[in-house]
Design a protein around this ligand. Structure first.
Ligand SMILES: [Mg+2]
Length: 172
């Protein structure tokens, strides 16, 4: 259960205290795509998120890190001019570890921002990076995410019962 608990939990991306992340030595931000930077079935990035990402470029290396297919992820990454990893297979460790080598970076210098416990947060915790959970931008989701959400709901409940995590009680 501890492996599914995010280090930071916020409603939306602009609520994250990025200055503190910087102070804590974070250099690389891995950002999930679906329901983190854009809503399901929407072709464009959320306006507020886009602005936040633009501002962050001065302080961090940014990478779109998505389980989505190359075609979609590449297209979105080009609109915000950031590199990407598609088919990341989160929560598998493999692509995270490959990245650390490529960027010559330590896990303590990396954070992941995403909307799903069972992919973004679980994967990030497995490799020892800072994990940041956000509320999904939209209620609508693809088939696999809908299945994950059902499992997630039960996990939220269990974590709440243990006092580990409470939905909509944000923290860092
Ligand atoms: Mg997502």
């Amino acid at each position: 259960m501890e492996k599914l608990r995010p280090d930071i939990y916020k409603n939306k991306m602009s609520d994250i205290n990025f200055e503190r992340l910087k102070e804590n030595g974070i250099k690389l931000l891995l950002i999930d795509m679906d329901n983190t930077v854009l809503k399901y079935k929407e072709p464009c990035i959320d306006v507020e998120v886009r602005k936040t990402i633009e501002d962050l470029k001065n302080s961090f290396q940014i990478l779109l890190f998505s389980n989505g297919s190359k075609h979609r992820v590449k297209q979105i990454s080009e609109t915000i001019s950031v590199p990407y990893v598609s088919s990341a297979f989160k929560p598998c460790k493999r692509k995270f570890l490959k990245l650390f080598k490529e960027y010559k970076i330590e896990p303590c210098e990396v954070a992941i921002i995403g909307d799903q416990l069972l992919t973004d947060i679980k994967g990030g915790n497995r490799v020892g990076i800072t994990t940041i959970l956000l509320c999904p931008l939209s209620e609508e989701e693809n088939f696999f995410s809908r299945i994950n959400r059902k499992r997630e709901k039960k996990i939220f409940k269990k974590m709440g019962a243990k006092g580990l995590f409470f939905k909509e009680r944000y923290y860092e």
